[in-house]
Design a protein around this ligand. Structure first.
Ligand code: FE2
Length: 256
């Protein structure tokens, strides 16, 4: 089984690059299941019902989220949607899910979303105290979108759970790391990177960030309009053992 994991889609440029490349990637890599992190898809923070449907329309089978999950009130219109997974360790509405199991090629594939602790707000529990239900699940394949700032925290989580999980994919920093590997049959990357403006500051307008950082201006989050890079990983899982055997980084930069 081949699983495609696409990193944080940031605003319109991120959605555009996904529209341009996703169906081709799915075809080229013989993808059976596609996970897209959509927590920055609507104007850089959160997601709306319309944009959720847009990402599903491009080929996503499931949308995972992160610390900006509740930035747009429209999330509550789709909070119980079977293709939406929100962080398990942020306070969540009763009808939301922090993990779900999908039927893919006669296998049960569990996908979860959780935040790490360092520099993250509104995280109410350590990833270690909430992972028991995932470990106890009878799913054949278990994938965690680990949404966080600190690489060491993500690596520590991977070494603790590498025997139990099939893949741990870091999200949130928007910068793709080059440490993808298989550890004890668990595919891992500290950060998968983003689908967002390539010439930007993690998807945000450069001049706006400088105005805030250098001139101390009070600015609003402005998504860069520059063409976007697409980042993701393809994870190959052995059909006999249900363990990961390969992880390949994908990065498509805009042509200059
Ligand atoms: Fe985030």
């Amino acid at each position: 089984m081949n699983i495609l994991f696409i990193g944080d889609v940031v605003g319109r440029p991120g959605r555009t690059v996904l529209r341009e490349h996703l169906s081709q990637l799915i075809h080229e890599h013989k993808i059976d299941f596609t996970i897209v992190n959509g927590e920055n898809a609507a104007h850089g923070k959160g997601i709306t019902e319309r944009i959720f449907n847009e990402l599903i329309g491009y080929g996503a089978d499931v949308i995972t989220m992160g610390n900006h999950t509740y930035s747009k009130a429209s999330i509550y219109d789709i909070i119980d949607h079977k293709q939406l997974i929100v962080p398990l360790n942020m306070e969540m509405p009763v009808n939301a899910q922090g993990y779900r199991t999908f039927e893919v090629m006669n296998k049960k594939v569990l996908v979860s979303n959780m935040c790490t602790m360092a520099f993250m707000q509104n995280v109410i529990a350590s990833p270690y105290t909430i992972s028991d239900a995932i470990i106890a699940s009878d799913a054949d394949i278990k994938i965690v979108d680990l949404h966080g700032e600190a690489t060491a925290e993500k690596i520590a989580y991977m070494h603790y759970y590498k025997h139990d999980l099939t893949a741990i994919v870091g999200t949130h920093t928007h910068i793709q790391t080059a440490d993808e590997d298989i550890f004890n049959g668990c595919a891992y990357i500290s950060d998968v990177g983003m689908c967002g403006s390539y010439e930007s500051i993690i998807g945000r307008d450069i001049a706006e960030v400088h105005a805030q950082l250098v001139n101390k201006e009070h600015t609003h989050y402005t998504v860069s309009k520059n063409p976007a890079v697409l980042c993701g990983v393809v994870i190959t899982i052995d059909d006999e053992t249900n363990r990961a055997v390969n992880i390949q980084r994908i990065q498509i930069r805009p042509s200059s």
